[in-house]
Design a protein around this ligand. Sequence first.
Ligand code: SAM
Length: 204
Amino acid sequence: MRSKYQIYERIAQFYDFVDLPSEYLRYRQIRPQLFVGLEGRILDAGVGTGRNIPFYPRQNQVVGIDLSPAMLARARVRKVRIGSGVDLREMDVCKTDFPDGFFDAVVSTFLFCVLDDSLQLPALRELARISRRGGLIRLLEYSLPANPVHRFVMKRVWTPWVRWLYGAAFDRNTEQYLGAAGLQLIERRFVYGDIIKLITVTHT
Ligand SMILES: C[S@@+](CC[C@H](N)C(=O)[O-])C[C@H]1O[C@@H](n2cnc3c(N)ncnc32)[C@H](O)[C@@H]1O
């Protein structure tokens, strides 16, 4: 099986192009909501090609980490084009170099749908460790719709495609690991139909 590293090294050059319809029809309207009320030192975990960069709150220190150097190279181009001060670093979200409680807030968009089930808890634990107590962690993730027809289509048509292309799944159920990671759910709401959810948690 290809590792996530291999998948994103391969797809980096096409990523923004392949994702363009979703970015313009869905994500662009949603991304600003991730940063509402966030300030201080912010981590963008799984920064990818830097799609969140235009929405980072000004005057705040943002660090973006990603496993894939090729994705980060794209993010660096975007950073320069936009004139952002984001600090981009190659790092695994499950094992970062940051000290305990380093970040005031963490955002992560479509990272947990990519992480295998065995990595969900280690990744959440690491985000909890490097967040200050009371700091917010916001995760934007996909889930399967309730409508049986939509659910069938998403499972049978879209799931094999996103698994092959991005190594992603729509049914990770990240919330089940929150308690074990020492995180508390503050809010969970759908921001696009009932397939994209914004989960806000805090480090207890
Ligand atoms: C679907 S992309 C999302 C990128 C970006 N956040 C966005 O909203 O477009 C998932 C990203 O997570 C990164 N990734 C996967 N596993 C990772 C890990 N263990 N640590 C850090 N980044 C990882 C991939 O390299 C990829 O850039």
